[in-house]
Structure formats: structure tokens, C-alpha cells
Design a protein. Structure first.
Length: 297
């Protein structure tokens, strides 16, 4: 059954977080899915989160009881992975009152992950699933609202001619200008022994630029430390290095994918979207870059 694209989510439960890098790699390998948001989440209680997640489930309660009781014994932290499901391949599953539509794409994916990472007893896979996934967009919308977002509207792009990511909201106006790369700063998360804070740094101080020069550990450490907390886009060192090899800024079909900045003061700008691209442009010895300077309200 051919259907239009939709949005889904997977949740990696506490006992599966030790495998989150491998699980993300499996999700990325699915050509029908594009990861659009990654969130680490610590609920007030696991009971509350389990109730939210399974309140829309189509399985009989008896089937869920053992799984949910097991989850109560595991770490009170999870990771949500929201995906654009380009080819859901929807079909009907279940019988009687429990008959419902699911994405075959998602169903196969979660079974692949469970076959590898579900706990085993005497070599046999248990049903203590490391991941759960949405059956439909209603569940995805509901979960986004439970997490404090405006449902699926979060992923809408209403910027018309400007290709801006979903998280850049309330753009009042924008200008397209060429500015010196040296005038562009980046907001980076920095940690000390007490807390995390945001610091404005030059492009050549970022782990992104350092990775292009061969310092891969800085980038890996930065992503690993803050993924799902301050960093919710799906970036990897491997993708950055691949992009470096063929990147041509604003080449077709990406003519409208401008690096987006905000003016801080005078001739100083802060990146809103496009740090990886700016780092590559600097690595390519460019001194100026065409950007979209936005104002938000």
C-alpha cells in the first residue's frame, strides 16, 4: 500500500541507551527514514512516561504488563528519535478490536533493532524491548505535545523562498548579503565542573573546524556529550567528512539553502543554522560567504 510520507518516533528505553549509537546507525541506514530530531528525556517517573507511551497502544494489556513492569526497574532516562518517514508502506495488523494500521517500514526497523539488542535469556531473545515506535502520526503528535512542543506543527517550514530548518521560527524578515567569514561567531556549549553554558567562539575554535583539520576526537566528544540535550539534529563525524569532499555551497539543487545568521552587534553575526557548512567554507580558504541575515519576532 503506497502512502504519502508521515512523521514517526522511536523511543530508546533506559536499558537500550548503552547501544544508542548503534541504534542510530541502523535508523540512518534505512533509506525511507530521515532523522530530524533527537531528544534525551528524563521523566518525573517511569510510570508516568510508560502511561503516556502506551496509552495509544493497540496490544492487549496482558501483552504489555510484563514489558512495562520490566521498564520500571530500568534507568529513568530515554532517548526520543523523531523521523520523517518518506515511504511508510502502511498496512493493517492485528485482529478484531486490536486491528490497526502500521508502517511496515517502522515495524521491520524496530524488529531488526530488537533482534540485535533486546536482552537475552539462555540465548533466546526476550520481549523486553529496547525500542518502542509509533504506529501512526496521531501518536507522534501526541508525544510531541507531551514533551512541550506544538505537535507536528513543530516540523512545518513556512519560510517560503528561504529554506530554513523547522527549528528556526518566527522569522519577520531576512536579507541576503555577502559577509566576511571572520565576522561570524558560533554559540557552543561549554562544560565546567558545575554546569553547562553557551559561549560565542570563532569558527576555527569549534570542534567542527578542528575535525576538518584531523582532530576527530574533539568532534566525537562534543556530539556524544551533548546529543539529545543541546544538540538535537542528526550530525555525525562521518557525514561531515563526506560532505567536505564534495561540498559546493549553493550549488543545484540547494540554491536556497543559505547559511542563516543573526546580527549580534555592528558587523558581528551568530550562526543560526549552517555551522558545518561555514566550517567547510573556511577550510576551503574562502574569506567571504553569502548568508541569509534574519530577524525574528
Amino acid at each position: 500500500m503506497i502512502t504519502k510520507h508521515r512523521y514517526d518516533y522511536l523511543i530508546i528505553w533506559g536499558h537500550g541507551l548503552q547501544y544508542y549509537k548503534q541504534i542510530l546507525s541502523i535508523i540512518r541506514s534505512c533509506s525511507s527514514l530521515r532523522i530530524i530530531k533527537i531528544l534525551r528525556h528524563t521523566p518525573e517517573t517511569m510510570e508516568q512516561l510508560i502511561h503516556l507511551v502506551y496509552s495509544f497502544d493497540y496490544a492487549p494489556f496482558e501483552h504489555l504488563k510484563a514489558k512495562t513492569e520490566y521498564l520500571l526497574t530500568k534507568p529513568c532516562e530515554v532517548m526520543f528519535v523523531f523521523v520523517e518517514n518518506i515511504f511508510p508502506d502502511e498496512d493493517y495488523f492485528g485482529d478484531g478490536a486490536y486491528r490497526h494500521i502500521e508502517s511496515v517500514t517502522i515495524k521491520k526497523l524496530k524488529e531488526e533493532i530488537r533482534n540485535i539488542y533486546n536482552p537475552r535469556i539462555n540465548g533466546k531473545r526476550t520481549e523486553y524491548h529496547v525500542v518502542h515506535a509509533s504506529d501512526n502520526q496521531v501518536q507522534t503528535d501526541y508525544m510531541l505535545r507531551c514533551l512541550g512542543y506544538n505537535g507536528l506543527d513543530l516540523f512545518n517550514n513556512e519560510h517560503l523562498a528561504l529554506k530554513a530548518p523547522y527549528h528556526v521560527k518566527n522569522i519577520i524578515c531576512y536579507d541576503i548579503e555577502k559577509i566576511p567569514i571572520s565576522n561570524i561567531k558560533c554559540r557552543m556549549v561549554v562544560s565546567n565542573q558545575e554546569n553547562d553554558f553557551i559561549k560565542l567562539v570563532n569558527i576555527d575554535e569549534t570542534p567542527h573546524y578542528k575535525a576538518l583539520l584531523g582532530d576527530y576526537d574533539s568532534y566525537r566528544t562534543y556530539i556524544s556529550r551533548f546529543l539529545g540535550k543541546y544538540l538535537t539534529d542528526d550530525h555525525t563525524l562521518e557525514n561531515l567528512l563526506i560532505l567536505k569532499e564534495f561540498f559546493q555551497y549553493l550549488s543545484p539543487p540547494f540554491e536556497l539553502n543559505y547559511i542563516i545568521v543573526e546580527k549580534i552587534s555592528g558587523s558581528c553575526y551568530s550562526i543560526v543554522d549552517g555551522l558545518h557548512r561555514v566550517a567547510i567554507l573556511k577550510y576551503q580558504k574562502n574569506t567571504d560567504v553569502i548568508v541569509s541575515i534574519i530577524k525574528v519576532g
